[in-house]
Write a protein of this length. Structure first.
Length: 299
């Protein structure tokens, strides 16, 4: 199958609402993407709407109030989960609350009937978090999930900070290669580099990689906060895997687990490679146009 390499272009000035309406600049074949903060994204193609790892509540602030890492938001949720309409699917990469959030899940359900795709190893946790059993699809690396509307999900392993499988061999941490509207988008979930990762992704021919760049250190790891790629590692993975475009995330929400976006842009500007990249802004729309010209960077 021939998949075109899309351009990623920012579109400013379009207010984000719960309908996730595509901006006027988006053509009929384009995919519109919004960063929801942390690892959360929404993708719109024509009438279809898919959410990945939406964390739109204050569940973690309530859980960790008064602790070493109180999880207070540095920015408000760009859209209230109870205002969202028309969701076809919700993909959760793993069971951590900022990726499988009971506050967001329960707020979505009164006005949406989405299919939830989660790691099979975390099925019990998903049910506890409020996912209806009839709408739950468990999966693991190497499988393929067909969504309504023609989109597909191909799970791959993620290492957060290690590859982990349950007693059945199902991976607890996943990334997803999502094919939507002729564009292949790789969302790594929470992940660090691991052996064979680039080769696996090269075979899957992703067009755009959505990768965390908040890094990791001993202090966070020893206090229960496993880490992610650094910006250098994220760029190196894209280059090794032949993924032409990087969109960074997993920064700016919690003060103990972030990086400066300007430092991230500076690090990417210094790379003498053809990699195109975007350091997004929460709530802004980004249009993915199949086959369009790519820019070196989004400032």
């Amino acid at each position: 199958m021939n998949i075109t390499r899309p351009a990623v272009r920012p579109v400013s000035g379009t207010p984000l609402t719960g309908t996730f309406a595509a901006p006027p600049e988006a053509g009929p074949d384009d995919v519109t993407l919004w960063w929801l903060g942390q690892a959360g994204f929404a993708l719109r193609h024509r009438g279809g709407l898919i959410l990945i790892d939406p964390y739109l509540s204050d569940t973690l602030a309530e859980k960790y109030r008064g602790t070493l890492f109180p999880h207070r938001r540095m920015h408000s949720a760009p859209v209230a989960p109870e205002a969202i309409r028309g969701v076809d699917a919700v993909l959760c990469t793993h069971g951590h609350t900022d990726h499988m959030d009971p506050g967001t899940i329960r707020a979505l359900l009164p006005h949406n009937d989405p299919r939830f795709v989660v790691p099979r190893a975390e099925r019990a946790r998903a049910l506890e978090r409020g996912v209806p059993a009839a709408r739950l699809t468990g999966t693991t690396a190497g499988e393929r999930v067909e969504l309504d509307g023609g989109s597909t999900v191909e799970p791959v392993p993620a290492a957060h900070e290690h590859l982990e499988q349950d007693e059945h061999g199902d991976h607890r941490f996943l990334g997803y290669v999502l094919t939507v509207g002729g564009v292949r988008v790789y969302h790594s979930g929470d992940c660090v580099p691991y052996d064979g990762q680039a080769e696996r992704l090269r075979a899957l021919r992703a067009d755009v990689a959505l990768l965390p760049v908040n890094g990791r250190d001993r202090h966070r790891t020893e206090n229960g906060v496993p880490g992610n790629f650094t910006v250098r590692e994220a760029a190196e993975l894209c280059e090794a895997a032949g993924i032409p475009q990087l969109l960074c995330h997993h920064f700016g929400l919690f003060d103990f687990n972030t990086v400066d976006p300007e430092d991230t842009r500076d690090a990417l500007r210094r790379r003498a490679t053809p990699l195109s990249w975007t350091v997004p802004r929460v709530g802004d729309a980004y249009v993915l146009t199949p086959g369009g010209p790519t820019a070196k960077e989004d400032r």
